[in-house]
Every structure is written in structure tokens, then in C-alpha cells.
Design a protein around this ligand. Structure first.
Ligand SMILES: Cc1cc2nc3c(=O)[nH]c(=O)nc-3n(C[C@H](O)[C@H](O)[C@H](O)COP(=O)(O)OP(=O)(O)OC[C@H]3O[C@@H](n4cnc5c(N)ncnc54)[C@H](O)[C@@H]3O)c2cc1C
Length: 423
């Protein structure tokens, strides 16, 4: 009788899931990667799609293409809605087939996170976030449309609201978005309009915290804040957003009329904890053990943004490096179990450092004791981001696009592509 080959089902083809799949390349297992979208997205560059520097296809790759040469691996387009851990099945909606049951021997959950509006879900309609390619494209449409409408608007108050952009949350995404819009209005859009002056746009970055980029050292936060001011961004700290509606935001006790409010604040984990009915942390992330498995389920791993693990008394951050290192660890762990080798030592995250870009020619970098801000940090940022794109064709494409944008100040993808209903 032939021995059954174990099936490893990976849910999520983001940073964690893809790293796990690749690490199982030579393992004596079959791998099934399930994702609700057909592509892997390089989320750190989503803001460049939203601000027209790059096209969506320059930061994303089809999962089938990425895994085409990996013979033990297949890909399924489907939305996972639940898990039956007692019988080892996951429940998937695939096309018009709902509630499909897919059996697994090992399960890797790498379903990431979405936006958290901190209990104010009513804000979501007026303040979209940036998490997927669809979000980035829709924001690009929205920002460019605001300038188009401002050009023809006669009412000065309405024109001002169209040219006011509010970012809620001064973490890396908020800082990157605000500075990118500031650069865009001063360079690319500068000469494009006849009735409005894009340079007069108000770009406002709001946060309840005392400083932007709160996960960086104070000196780097201050360097970023000064750079934002130089770029003309109005940085409002220690201010809570009370309300967001179709006319703008109420920040502290001031109403800011704006037709573009962008949510760059919190993230909420995927519902993996609910599917498993297991122990979760305050944010809802699945508490995992040092070997990245779930309590009482040595066959279920949870990794990346949807998992919660402490190291040296502090929770690991929701960053791509954590997800990728955990994905590789899971691949190796399953490989060793399959080949009868001793288990791996507990997972340990190796922090290579943090980077955030603040407009053209300026980034902040923190790695161990190294703290750097300015042009050199920006070069390091550019090299590292290019290196981590999923395919070499994307690296070439992004490299040449960046050179072109740097030299000409022109952005590659300044198109408004609205979904229109058929008439
Ligand atoms: C705008 C932005 C900028 C960022 N910048 C940085 C940065 O500069 N540096 C850094 O280190 N980190 C950055 N991050 C964080 C980083 O992208 C995440 O930490 C990382 O993506 C987490 O990897 P993951 O594998 O856990 O989840 P993800 O990469 O988000 O992947 C999750 C995958 O699961 C799929 N999925 C989710 N639910 C289901 C379901 N029910 N069924 C099927 N598939 C599902 C999704 O489609 C997705 O492909 C940024 C994040 C964002 C949003």
C-alpha cells in the first residue's frame, strides 16, 4: 500500500504564507495555498500606488506564477470562513461553491489583518484605509478626482474642502501617505491645473500620540516631524478624532472640512481566533506557543499579523519581517517532522530594523543602536524595498520607474479609473 502524502494547507499568500509555502518546496508533503485574492501584494509600497508613483502591477504578483515551479504546491482562489479543527477541515467559499470542506494534515493560518476603527466602524465609510491593491487604487482615484473637482468648483469653501487631505494616524503609513501627497502637489501636479494651485492644498496629519512614528526612537520621530513641516504637512499631535463624516473630520474641538480623510491608524487581526475558538490577546490575535502552534493543536500554526507572541516580555510587532521569519520557521518545522529530525528550538525573531520614508530624499532608519535620518537612510530604504519585491521583473520595473520619477518628477500612473455601472 502506498503511504499517503500529508497535505499542508496554508491560508493566506501574504508575507507569512508565501514564505511558509516556499520553505516547504523540498518537503515530502503536498501544499495547498488558499487566498481570497489571486496575488501577493507588497504592502509597504501601497502608498506609492495610492499616490500614482507606481502601478498596481508593479507591487503585486500572481500567486500561481510565484509558485509555478514548485511541483508539490497548488493554489486555490477562495475565501476561508471557518475551521472544523475536530475533523481537521477548513471551510471555504470558492466561486459560487459555498462551504466547501478541505481536509488538512497541517494547517498554517497567515490571514493578516484589516483596519480597526477602534469601535467607530461608522468612520469606515468616510475614511477608507490602505491595506489592499483595491484600497490603493480607490484612494488614487479619489485623490486625483478631488483635484479635478476643485478645478471646476466655483464655491471657495467647497474648493478648499476638496483640496484638504487629512490622514488619521501618524505611524509609518500616515507619515508616508502625507509626505507623498505633499511631494506630489509640489512636483507632478504643480503645472497641471489652470484655475487651482495644487501647492495650496492642505495636508493634515493627526494623531493622539505625542510624536509621529511612535515605534521609532524619539530623535527619529523629531527628524520626521521636522521634515514633514518642511514639506508643508500640518502635523497635529495629541489630538483625538471625534467624528468623521461626508464633510470632513472633527479633530479635538475643531471641524476640518475635507473631502478626503484617510484612515492610517489601527489594524485588527483576521478572525482566525474566532474560527479556532482559541485563546486570543486583547486585540483578538491568536495566542501562539513558542513553536508557533496553537495550544492543544500541534498541527495548527498561526503566523504574522494575526498571531500574538511575546519575546523578551514584549509582543512581536506586526511587520513583514516577523511574518516572513515565522513562515520560514513553520516550513522548516514541518520538514523536520516529516523527515524524523529533532524539533527546532523555539522561534526567535531577529529584528533587522525599521525604516520609514518621509517624501523624496529622506527616510528614518533604526537598526540596533544605529539611528539615521536623511538621504543615506532613504537610499537604504529604496534598496531594501526593491530587494524584497517578490519577483526580479518587479525589481527592474520599480527601479526604472523610481529613477524616472526622481529625475522628471512625473508619476507613472496618474489615472482615474472608476468602476462605472453599465447604463
Ligand atoms: C500600507 C501598509 C504599509 C506597511 N509597511 C510596512 C513596512 O514598511 N515594513 C514592514 O515590515 N511592514 C509593513 N507593513 C506591515 C506588513 O505588510 C504586515 O506586517 C505583513 O503583511 C503581515 O504579513 P501576513 O502574512 O501576516 O499578512 P498579509 O501579508 O496581510 O497576508 C494576508 C493574506 O491572507 C489573505 N486572506 C486574509 N483573509 C483570508 C481569508 N478569509 N481567506 C483567504 N485568504 C485570506 C489575504 O488576501 C492576504 O493575501 C505595512 C502594512 C500596510 C498595510
Amino acid at each position: 500500500m502506498t503511504k499517503k502524502i500529508p497535505l499542508v494547507v496554508i491560508v493566506g499568500g501574504g508575507f507569512g504564507g508565501l514564505a511558509a509555502a516556499k520553505a516547504l518546496r523540498r518537503a515530502p508533503v503536498n501544499v495547498l495555498l488558499i487566498d481570497r485574492s489571486n496575488h501577493h501584494v507588497f504592502q509597504p509600497l501601497l502608498y506609492q500606488v495610492a499616490t500614482s508613483v507606481l502601478a498596481p502591477g508593479q507591487i503585486a504578483s500572481p500567486l500561481r506564477g510565484l509558485l509555478a515551479d514548485q511541483e508539490n504546491t497548488s493554489v486555490m482562489l477562495g475565501n476561508v470562513t471557518g475551521i472544523d479543527s475536530a475533523t481537521r477541515h477548513i471551510i471555504v467559499d470558492a466561486g459560487d461553491r459555498e462551504g466547501l470542506r478541505v481536509a488538512y494534515d497541517y494547517l498554517v493560518l497567515a490571514t493578516g489583518a484589516s483596519h480597526s476603527y477602534f469601535g467607530h466602524n461608522e468612520f469606515a465609510h468616510f475614511a477608507p484605509g490602505l491595506k489592499s491593491l483595491a484600497d490603493a487604487e480607490s484612494l488614487r482615484n479619489h485623490i486625483l478626482t478631488a483635484f479635478e473637482e476643485a478645478e471646476t468648483e466655483e464655491n471657495p469653501e467647497r474648493r478648499k474642502a476638496l483640496m484638504t487631505f487629512v490622514m488619521v494616524g501618524a505611524g509609518p503609513t500616515g507619515v508616508e501617505m502625507a509626505s507623498a501627497i505633499a511631494v506630489m502637489v509640489r512636483t507632478t501636479l504643480r503645472k497641471n491645473f489652470r484655475r487651482i494651485d495644487p501647492k495650496s492644498a492642505d495636508i493634515i496629519l493627526v494623531d493622539m500620540a505625542k510624536r509621529p512614528l511612535g515605534t521609532f526612537a524619539e530623535s527619529l520621530s523629531e527628524a520626521a516631524r521636522l521634515r514633514l513641516l518642511e514639506l508643508g504637512v500640518d502635523v497635529r499631535l495629541e489630538k483625538a478624532v471625534q467624528m468623521i463624516d461626508a464633510e470632513g473630520a472633527v479633530v479635538g474641538d475643531e471641524r476640518i472640512p475635507s473631502k478626503t480623510v484617510i484612515w492610517t491608524a489601527g489594524v485588527a487581526p483576521s478572525p482566525a481566533g474566532k474560527w479556532l475558538g482559541c485563546d486570543v490577546d486583547r486585540a483578538g490575535r491568536v495566542r501562539i506557543r513558542q513553536d508557533l502552534t496553537v495550544q492543544n493543536h500541534p498541527e495548527i500554526f498561526v503566523i504574522g499579523d494575526t498571531a500574538s507572541l511575546d519575546q523578551d516580555g514584549r509582543p512581536l510587532p506586526g511587520v513583514a519581517q516577523v511574518a516572513m521569519q515565522q513562515g520560514r520557521y513553520v516550513g522548516k518545522s514541518v520538514f523536520r517532522q516529516m523527515t524524523g529530525k529533532s524539533p527546532l528550538p523555539p522561534f526567535r525573531y531577529f529584528d533587522k530594523g525599521n525604516l520609514a520614508v518621509v517624501g523624496k530624499n529622506f527616510a528614518v532608519l533604526q537598526s540596533g543602536r544605529v539611528r539615521m535620518s536623511g538621504f543615506l537612510a532613504w537610499l537604504v530604504w529604496a534598496l531594501i524595498h526593491m530587494q524584497f519585491l517578490a519577483e526580479s521583473s518587479l525589481r527592474f520595473s520599480v527601479f526604472f520607474q523610481w529613477i524616472w520619477t526622481y529625475l522628471s518628477a512625473q508619476r507613472g500612473d496618474r489615472l482615474i479609473i472608476e468602476q462605472r455601472e453599465n447604463t
